[in-house]
Design a protein around this ligand. Structure first.
Ligand code: 3HC
Length: 284
């Protein structure tokens, strides 16, 4: 594999594009509007700049990495790609439409991976004529830092596709874990209900946001508290995952916290809107 198309230049897409480019791949980074593509490229540039300032990367290396990423709006500009990694909005209908379009554009040997955080790989594979080449490749935020990639097999994913993607994850310097498709996979099935429960604690007035987070940092040695983590992930993403768990399992223990719902309705989505459980400025 030499060349990758990353769909979606948001938090996850730009991080994924960065790690592929750092591992020597030619990367097309695509979003639906040029300003979104440019925003993604700016984030990558800032991240690499930070590594240069720390002496972890030379300026020449940085230029080479940036040179390997081409921002595009028109998907057809992505020529000869071996793999597409989809990191667009967490909505099954939108994703299905995109997968059906990709299936028309790319040759039958191109692998389609989705970075979905909880949706069904099998559902997405079913809209293509290559279900054996569709797989989940679930990265974690911040992508350049987090070591794990969940590799999720849909019902029809072939052993060959699975092995190719596991090898690729190692080539990126990350560790794959194998997951058989199930709502929320492994990490989000554990992590997001914890965040949801933290939102209940806050809503019920059991403790302040700061104290809930301090409790989990110092009492469970988590690198950041659940509410700060929710702000990092995005409250809309957390809610979408809780809704998937609730719908798929039908169990009341997965009911999204009304406070989480209310904050998403208000547009308080966390760091990306500078307001979530905490307030942010551009600097933090
Ligand atoms: N992009 C790139 N690098 C970043 C970064 C970012 N957004 N944020 C931090 N870093 C780097 C820093 O530059 C630093 O690098 P260095 O070691 O080379 O100096 C390193 O990460 C550590 O950062 P800091 O010293 O600033 O701060 P911390 O030590 O507190 O680490 C953290 C920050 C890595 C975010 C840490 O708090 C952490 O691991 N938090 C938990 C993150 C987590 O659980 N992510 C998973 C979310 S779930 C998910 O993504 C799935 C999805 O489907 C919802």
């Amino acid at each position: 594999m030499k060349s990758v198309l990353v769909l979606g230049a948001g938090t996850m897409g730009s991080g994924i594009a960065q790690v592929f480019a750092q591992a020597g791949f030619k990367v097309f980074l695509r979003d639906i509007e040029i300003n979104l593509v440019e925003k993604g490229l700016t984030t990558i540039n800032k991240n690499l700049e930070r590594l240069v300032n720390k002496g972890k990367l030379t300026l020449e290396d940085k230029q080479e990495i940036i040179g390997r990423i081409k921002g595009i709006v028109n998907i057809e500009e992505a020529q000869n790609v071996d793999l597409v990694v989809e990191g667009i909005v967490e909505n099954i209908e939108v994703k299905k439409k995109v997968f059906a379009e990709l299936d028309e554009i790319f040759p039958a040997n191109t692998i389609f991976a989705t970075n979905t955080s909880s949706l069904s790989i099998t559902d997405l594979a079913a809209v293509t004529k290559r279900p054996e080449k569709v797989i989940g490749m679930h990265f974690f935020n911040p992508v350049p830092v987090m070591q794990l990639v969940e590799v999720i097999k849909g019902v029809a994913t072939s052993e060959e596709t699975y092995q190719t993607i596991c090898d690729l994850v190692r080539q990126l310097g990350k560790t794959p874990v194998t997951v058989n498709e199930a709502p929320g996979f492994v990490v989000n099935r554990l992590l997001i209900p914890m965040i949801n429960e933290a939102a209940y604690l806050l809503m019920e007035g059991v403790a302040t946001a700061e104290d809930i987070d301090t409790a989990m940092r110092l009492g469970a040695n988590h690198p950041m508290g659940p509410l700060a983590l929710a702000d990092l992930i995005g409250l809309d993403v957390c809610l979408a995952i809780m809704e998937t768990l609730h719908k798929e399992f039908g169990d009341d223990k997965y009911r999204p916290c009304p406070l989480l719902r209310k904050m998403v309705r208000a547009g308080h989505l966390g760091r990306k809107t500078q307001r979530g459980f905490y307030q942010y400025t551009n600097e933090n």
